[in-house]
Design a binder for this molecule. Sequence first.
Ligand code: NAP
Length: 314
Amino acid sequence: MSEKLVIIGSGPAGLTAAIYAARANLEPFLFEGFIKGGLPGGQLMTTTEVENFPGFEKGLMGPDLIMQMRAQAVRFGARMIAEDVETVDISKHPFILKNATRTVEAHAIIIATGASANILEAPGVKKFWGKGISACATCDGALPLFRGKALAVAGGGDSAIEEATFLARFASKVTIIHRRDALRASHIMQERARKHPKIELLLDSVIEEIVGGQLMTGLRLRNVKTGKKTDREFGGLFMGIGHTPNTAFLNGSLALDEKGYIKVSHPSTATSVEGIFAAGDVTDPHYRQAISAAGSGCIAALDAERYLDTLGID
Ligand code: NAP
């Protein structure tokens, strides 16, 4: 039997699409993702306090927000499975989605697979991965390995500052290492970092190597303006250097932009293939907020509903 609508991804975009589609009686089937797209629930599962999602005056924890969205979608009849989709065959309609254990046919698809954290390429990254290097401060920052130590965060965007602010709760000091002389982060986040007594900004600097023994013990840094190299001791390095959209599984079947984000016909969520819609961070290198992802998930569900209507499926 074919599903009317399959949603891939369970961050704010996928779950909002599921809530809307379920309320429209489309009985959406949702691949929540597991390994390749990260944990089910997307990036909010590794975020702490979310203060800017409307409706929550006092803020709430990222995982709590996702769990509430998930429960809301299930309440209206969305079905979910914690698996990735490995291939999508768009050569026929209904489309065919597969992974190692199942094959699902879908009349319409919403792709909301989000984006994953980028990893710095430098000597020592592989060697010290999990031995001082991490891509997720909120997952690992409170571990005994990092407590009371001087830590480094690579990057100059909002993520880097968010990670540094979180790490400063446990670390003796946190140094944000950024390759340019100006941070990319929003004004409010920059202010937060500059005023924080435990956060240091090291600008115009690149990480040339991660050094250590059994565990990482420091970084070899180079100032990009003077060329001067310095060795500094750090007990940990966290990645805050942006994200890559999770579109590899599409294997070129949809039109992507030069960075790999799915192209959609704004303001609709239609992709280059009729019947396939995309929402959230997998389409969005610019805004990438939980609320903008949720908004586009809502639009995707409405677009899919209208498309299914044209096929006489309701
Ligand atoms: P981003 O804004 O793309 O910033 C990535 C940072 O990493 C940039 O400073 C970039 O340097 C640096 N970088 C990239 N590749 C690098 C490399 N190979 N080596 C060294 N540095 C490298 O990504 P983001 O911080 O993840 O933020 C993404 C979006 O999410 C933004 O729109 C942001 O506002 C939003 N966000 C918001 C919040 C919040 O409001 N609480 C929190 C997190 C994220 P350059 O500046 O030189 O390019």
